[in-house]
Design a protein around this ligand. Structure first.
Ligand SMILES: [Zn+2]
Length: 188
């Protein structure tokens, strides 16, 4: 999946639908199922495996397999708890500077901006100057509103699959780092 998405569109991809768009079967209990984004706008469509057979030749913009979080392990967090956890996740990934988590950092930074924890500062090319210098890379610059720290994230394009992967990793993190007093009993 290499199709590129217009910037910021990915933040508008909705959460997974509860039911298959074709037959109405519940998808909530299904561990994985196909999802597409249609061409016209960023409209999300989720299908069960059986219905996907009928739809897979349709024209679509992006396709991925949605991995669902088991619903009864979801917990409602306060905004502050959620924001603190998102920031903690961001900081741990940011310190690692791991290339494989670069798109999650990119997604998280936009999410933290939406939640008013990061400020948008603009873009920057680095390194600057010098004929010997490698091709300058574009970075997005954010500022942590609370610490004033400047944050640089390599600019990139996300596709539906990466957005979905970012969301499920974030959900997984939130699920496994619930504040102790509200933590549910482990199921397994
Ligand atoms: Zn179906």
């Amino acid at each position: 999946m290499n199709q590129k998405m217009e910037k910021d569109k990915y933040l508008n991809i909705s959460r997974p639908n509860k039911t298959c768009l074709s037959c109405g079967k519940s998808l909530v209990e299904i561990e994985k199922h196909p999802t597409i984004l249609t061409n016209e706008e960023v409209a999300r469509m989720d299908f069960c495996e059986e219905c996907w057979e009928k739809y897979k030749d349709k024209d679509y913009f992006s396709f991925w397999i949605t991995k669902r979080i088991v619903p009864d392990s979801k917990q409602s967090l306060t905004k502050k708890e959620r924001n603190d956890l998102l920031l903690r996740l961001f900081e741990s990934l940011y310190q690692d500077k791991a290339m494989e988590s670069s798109y999650i950092l990119f997604y998280l930074a936009h999410l933290l901006m939406r939640y008013k924890i990061f400020n948008w500062k603009g873009t920057r090319s680095e390194p600057k100057g010098g004929e010997e210098a490698p091709e300058p890379k574009e970075f997005l610059v954010f500022e942590n509103k609370y610490t004033g720290e400047e944050i640089l994230i390599p600019d990139q394009e996300l596709n539906g699959e990466k957005v979905s992967e970012s969301k499920s990793q974030i959900d997984e993190y939130l699920k496994t780092h619930l504040p102790e007093e509200t933590n549910q009993k482990e199921k397994d």
